[in-house]
Ligand binder design. Structure first.
Ligand code: ZN
Length: 380
C-alpha cells in the first residue's frame, strides 16, 4: 500500500495535465552569447544510409523553449542553423497529453503505450527497444542524460517496467541492457540502490564518477555516474556535463564499433522540462542553451564523419510557454507559462545528415523511432 501511495505521489509530481492557472511571467537578461556551430551541409540530405544515428531528445522542448534560447543568444542557435525540420505529435495510447515515459517508450520502441509505461506495451509486456534490436547486428549503443539513469526517457532505452516510479526495478534492468556506454545521474542515486543491483551493474559496466576518466580508453562497457550536482540544474552548479558526455559517448562508441558497423546514441536534455514544470523561465533558457551545445557536438561530429544522421526532437512540450517580449541584442527575453504540466502541442523535429529528409513533415513520435530503426537495419 505504501508503495502504491508513493507511486501515486510520484506520478502527481511529474505529470500534470495542463490545468488552468494564473500565467507566470519570467525573464532572463544579459545572457553571454555562446555562438553556434555552422554545419558544412556536405552530407545533409544525402541518399546513402547513415552508419551512425544520434537521437537527441529535449525533454519538454517545444518551439517556444527553442525560440527563447534563440532570442536570449542574440538570435543564434545550432538548432537554427539546420535545414530539415518538421513536427512530431506526441499523444500516448492512454492520454491525449503524454508523459515522458510513454513518449520515451514510443521513441525507443516504435510503439505507442500508456502514460507511466517504461518499455512495455498496453498489456504491460516488454517491447524491444532500438538498442536491443540493433545490438545483435553489431551496432553499439549508448545513452547520455542530465536526468538520473532511472528517469523516464533514458529508462525507456534499457528498461521494461509497468511504471516509471519503480526506481529499483528500472536500475535492476540495466545489467541486461544492450547499452555499451551511459552517462547520467548520479553517484548518490546509484549508491542508494540495493547492494545486489549495484554489484550486478558493476559486473557488466566499469563505473566511474566523471567524464574524461582513464577508463574511457580501456573499458569494454562504461557507466559514468557523477555526483548529483554535476547532472543537476545549471542554475545549481552543473557546468558542461552534457556536451562533454555527448562527445565522450560518440568517441567511446566509435572506438568500439566493429568493421563496417555503426553506433546508436540517445542524448537527452532533461532539465528543460523540469525547469518548465516549476515555471522557472530563466532556468529553462539556460538548460536549452546547454542542450544546444550538445547538439553542436553531435553536428560537428556528423560533419567530421560524413556518415552520421542526427535527429533532434522532444517528447512533449511543458508549461504552454509563450514569448511576449525580448531584446536579443541584450540577451533579454520574456516568457509566460500557462501551466505547470505538459501540453499536447506538436513539437519541432530537426535532422541533419544522410536521410535527414525522411524526418520532414508531420509524424508521430513512434514513427520517428520506426524510421531510425529502418535506417539502422537497412545497412545490415
Ligand atoms: Zn515533464
Amino acid at each position: 500500500m505504501k508503495k502504491i501511495l508513493l507511486l501515486l505521489a510520484f506520478a502527481a509530481a511529474v505529470y500534470f495535465p495542463a490545468a488552468a492557472q494564473e500565467i507566470v511571467k519570467g525573464e532572463i537578461e544579459d545572457v553571454p552569447a555562446q555562438g553556434s556551430y555552422h554545419p558544412t551541409f556536405s552530407s545533409d540530405g544525402a541518399a546513402f544510409l547513415p552508419k551512425n544515428i544520434i537521437l537527441m531528445i529535449g525533454d519538454g522542448t517545444g518551439l517556444a523553449q527553442i525560440a527563447a534560447g534563440y532570442f536570449a543568444n542574440n538570435e543564434e542557435l545550432t538548432y537554427a542553423n539546420l535545414k530539415h525540420m518538421g513536427w512530431v505529435t506526441t499523444k500516448s495510447s492512454s492520454h491525449f497529453t503524454t508523459d515522458s515515459a510513454a513518449s520515451g517508450t514510443a521513441y525507443a520502441t516504435g510503439q505507442k503505450t500508456y502514460n507511466y509505461a517504461v518499455g512495455v506495451d498496453d498489456q504491460k509486456r516488454p517491447i524491444a527497444n532500438i538498442p536491443e534490436r540493433v545490438a545483435p547486428d553489431g551496432i553499439v549503443c549508448g545513452v547520455v542524460t542530465t536526468d538520473d539513469m532511472n528517469g523516464a526517457t533514458p529508462a525507456s532505452f534499457f528498461a521494461h517496467q509497468p511504471n516509471r516510479g519503480m526506481t529499483d526495478e528500472i536500475w535492476a534492468d540495466l545489467p541486461s541492457s544492450a547499452l555499451t556506454y551511459f552517462a547520467a545521474g548520479s553517484k548518490e542515486v546509484f549508491e542508494k540502490r540495493p547492494e545486489a543491483t549495484q554489484k550486478a551493474v558493476k559486473k557488466v559496466f566499469t563505473i566511474v564518477n566523471e567524464t574524461g576518466s582513464e577508463e574511457v580508453a580501456t573499458a569494454s562497457r562504461l557507466g559514468v555516474l557523477p555526483p548529483a550536482v554535476e547532472t543537476g540544474y545549471i542554475v545549481n552548479g552543473r557546468t558542461d556535463f552534457l556536451p562533454k558526455a555527448t562527445r565522450e559517448a560518440i568517441d567511446f562508441l566509435r572506438a568500439r564499433t566493429r568493421e563496417g558497423k555503426g553506433f546508436f546514441l540517445m542524448v537527452e536534455g532533461a532539465r528543460i522540462d523540469k525547469a518548465c514544470h516549476s515555471n522557472k523561465f530563466d532556468s529553462a533558457v539556460k538548460e536549452l542553451l546547454d542542450f544546444d551545445q550538445a547538439i553542436a557536438e553531435a553536428i560537428r561530429f556528423a560533419d567530421e564523419d560524413g556518415n552520421t544522421l542526427v535527429v533532434i526532437s522532444a517528447d512533449h512540450e511543458t508549461s504552454g510557454l509563450a514569448i511576449w517580449n525580448g531584446k536579443p541584442s541584450e540577451g533579454k527575453v520574456e516568457g509566460v507559462h500557462i501551466s505547470k504540466g505538459h501540453t499536447a502541442i506538436p513539437v519541432p523535429i530537426f535532422s541533419y545528415g544522410p536521410h535527414a529528409q525522411d524526418f520532414m513533415g508531420v509524424q508521430g513520435n513512434e514513427q520517428v523511432s520506426q524510421k531510425i530503426l529502418k535506417l539502422l537495419q537497412g545497412r545490415q
